[in-house]
Design a protein around this ligand. Structure first.
Ligand code: HXC
Length: 257
């Protein structure tokens, strides 16, 4: 598949995907969603990729779903095609995924960032769910993920008013893991991704599984799940290597990356 709305670049074991519809501030149209999901699915199956970074431009990570594309759709157009249903794939990838956000991450842009495992943002980032101003509501998981990440009070206020949150507030609220000066964001995201990409993949996937279950399981079940998966990691070569490397005072050479 030839991509027209995204750029992909492999850097070592990291795949960098740049959303690239600059004239529309990276608005997420159907073509972009197909191309992005195709690239992500291939990366997920590629042993040479250990971590994925999704980014946009300095001005916009993505200014939302493409309003011009949705404007004249009917209920049956949306329901009949399960519009936005394809985006669920992003949240079920097995490879760790980081959103590196500068500028606007609005509506579907904010929702795409939240589907990633975590968000690193620059000091220019602006997050919001402005769908209410269009007479609709979040449709790519925003009402659910934003609430889980920042709590009901802030999620309600953001979704009711459509106001934007700046980077500092987003960090305080727990929406992003770190704020980085705009010029350094991509380098820092790639460095973080490279660190992750060289960790033991079975352990990474188990950690991700366990953390994601916090949203779906009661605490006692989550703790039990964590313990069982922790036990299972003792069946991996990487556990033997990681612990031997510590005892021998050297860097581990993981085989399952
Ligand atoms: C389509 C968009 C777009 C979008 C921007 N553009 N956002 N096109 N869909 N979501 C286009 C503009 O039409 C314009 O194209 C060009 O990008 C530059 O945008 P401007 O508005 O001129 O830029 P600026 O004045 O800097 O304002 C930036 C902005 C504003 C504040 C981000 O563009 C904006 O408010 N965009 C919409 C944000 C939004 O409502 N997102 C949520 C979408 S709904 P032209 O050709 O006119 O120059 C959603 C979920 C839907 O995501 C779920 C429910 C179904």
């Amino acid at each position: 598949m030839t991509y027209e709305t995204i750029l992909t670049e492999q850097k070592g074991r990291v795949l960098l995907i740049t959303l690239n519809r600059p004239k529309a501030l990276n608005a997420l149209n159907t073509q972009l969603s197909h191309e992005l999901i195709d690239a992500l699915t291939k990366a997920d199956d590629d042993d040479g990729v250990g971590c994925i970074v999704i980014t946009g431009s300095q001005k916009a990570f993505a200014a939302g779903a493409d309003i011009k594309e949705m404007q004249n759709q009917s209920y049956m157009d949306m329901h009949g095609t399960d519009f936005f249903g394809q985006w669920d794939k992003v949240a079920t990838l097995r490879k760790p995924t980081i959103a590196a956000v500068s500028g606007y991450a609005l509506g579907g842009g904010c929702e795409l960032a939240m589907m990633c495992d975590f968000i690193l943002c620059s000091d220019s980032a602006r997050f919001g769910q402005p769908e209410i101003k269009l007479g609709v509501m979040p449709g790519m998981g925003g009402s659910q993920r934003l609430t889980r990440l920042i709590g009901q009070a802030k999620a309600m206020e953001m979704c009711f008013t459509g106001r934007m949150m700046d980077a500092e507030e987003a960090e305080r609220a727990g929406l992003v893991s770190r704020v980085i000066p705009a010029d350094d964001l991509l380098d820092e995201a790639l460095k973080t991704a490279d660190t992750i990409a060289n960790m033991a993949l079975p352990a990474l996937m188990s950690i991700r599984d366990a953390i994601r279950r916090t949203q779906e399981m009661p605490l006692t079940e989550g703790v039990r799940f964590e313990r069982r998966v922790f036990h299972a990691l003792f069946a991996t070569d990487d556990q033997k290597e990681g612990m031997a490397a510590f005892v021998e005072k050297r860097e581990p050479q993981f085989t399952h990356k």
